[in-house]
Write a protein that binds this ligand. Structure first.
Ligand code: AMP
Length: 369
């Protein structure tokens, strides 16, 4: 991810892919033009890299010139196109190919057609590296299109955001949702994650997803997912990754407009942590912190046995199943501390004390994020 001025951008099209697209366009145009010596007209500023790479690859003689137009102000393509440098040579009777970095609204293209209206060129063709079909509002034919892209703001490879980003060799896309707070509440079974999540979700207006709760809901409603999960849960073992990941993704998708999430009981394995990163990346977001409630094993066993008297949970009722859950935690889950610690996202919090004291300790951490 990169930051330009006040905005964040994520990698979108690699340098290699851009290069492949340019090569493909060169091949196509060279075949169409045969032995004509074309004049390639780049539209400055955005197209300078594209034109440079394009003509270097072009296998036959050609001429290159530029016109300079300006249309963008910040993130918005304006109707008002300024002609800063027009045509400086006579192109009558020539085959002209416009090389554009990107066509979105088509306003710049309209101005290009106006410029060439009375030039008497033999042929005027448009080649654009990127094209946003959802944004295009004109009828001018686009003869060569490198790649169709969604209607999102991009920078790099000549394209800028308020002057920055033109120098990047690859393309980045604007990140759209940057305001989510996503927390992983971590700790062994019985550490108090569910209890604390209930307070924190109110304070920070977050959606709380407990994978254990979702599984139990499915078991209660006798869904296929519930039946599958039950066999593992009753023994205190982990439900297989893919089942859990699919379920978690569906829960996240159900809350598309959330301010952020508290993940409780997820991730529990490395594969789940990676899947969670991908899921957040797709939402243009990320996990901000893993906050771990640290509690001694014997305290956990005591707490869970106590809870088992009223929770009705099979896996709380039997000390050997409880110990198996704690063992599963140390065998498979505890390693995730490392995963988040290496990203400087791990925060340990003492999970022994009154519920409200522990909530306060958690808030101190969250408020620093
Ligand atoms: P919990 O309510 O978090 O203690 O979870 C209860 C049980 O649900 C666990 O012992 C597992 O069998 C299952 N479970 C919950 N979350 C996950 C997960 N992320 N991965 C695999 N199994 C899970």
């Amino acid at each position: 991810m990169i930051k330009l001025h006040d905005l964040y951008f994520k990698p979108f099209i690699s340098e290699q892919e851009v290069d492949d697209i340019v090569q493909r366009m060169v091949d196509e145009i060279a075949i169409d033009l045969q032995d004509e010596v074309p004049v390639f007209v780049g539209i400055l500023n955005g197209s300078f890299m594209f034109v440079s790479d394009f003509v270097k690859k072009y296998p036959k003689p050609c001429e290159v010139t530029f016109i300079k137009l300006a249309s963008y102000e910040g993130l918005k393509s304006t109707e008002d196109i300024h002609r800063l440098i027009g045509l400086t040579q006579d192109l009558s009777g020539r085959k002209v190919i416009i090389l554009e970095d990107i066509i979105d609204s088509g306003n710049t293209l309209e101005e290009v057609h106006r410029i060439f209206e009375n030039e008497g060129v033999d042929e005027l063709k448009i080649a654009t590296l990127f094209y946003k079909p959802e944004a295009y509002k004109k009828d001018y034919k686009l003869h060569y299109i490198g790649k169709e892209i969604p209607n999102k703001f991009i920078v790099g490879y000549g394209l800028d955001y308020n002057g920055l980003g033109r120098d990047l060799p690859e393309i980045y896309q604007l990140k759209t949702t940057q305001h989510m707070t996503n927390l992983v509440l971590f700790g062994p079974p019985g550490a108090g994650k569910g209890t604390q999540a209930n307070f924190l979700k109110e304070t920070y207006n977050l959606v709380h997803i407990s994978t254990g709760d979702v599984f139990r809901y499915n078991i209660k409603n006798e869904t296929a997912l519930g039946m599958l999960a039950k066999s593992y849960m009753d023994k205190g073992e982990l439900v297989p990754d893919q089942v859990t990941i699919d379920m978690l993704s569906a829960e996240v998708e159900k809350n598309a407009g959330a301010n952020g999430f508290i993940f409780d009981g997820f991730p529990r394995t490395n594969a789940q942590a990676k899947a969670l990163d991908n899921l957040m990346e797709n939402k243009d977001s990320q996990i901000n912190a893993m906050i771990a409630l640290e509690v001694d094993d014997e305290v956990l066993v005591e707490r869970l046995l106590e809870r088992g008297k009223t929770s009705g949970r099979k896996d709380d009722a039997d000390e050997s199943i409880i110990r198996n859950r704690i063992t599963e935690y140390y065998n498979k889950t505890a390693i995730l501390k490392e995963y988040y610690a290496t990203q400087n996202k791990y925060y340990g919090v003492d999970g022994v004390g009154s519920i409200s004291d522990i909530t306060e300790r958690l808030k101190v951490v969250i408020n620093t994020l």
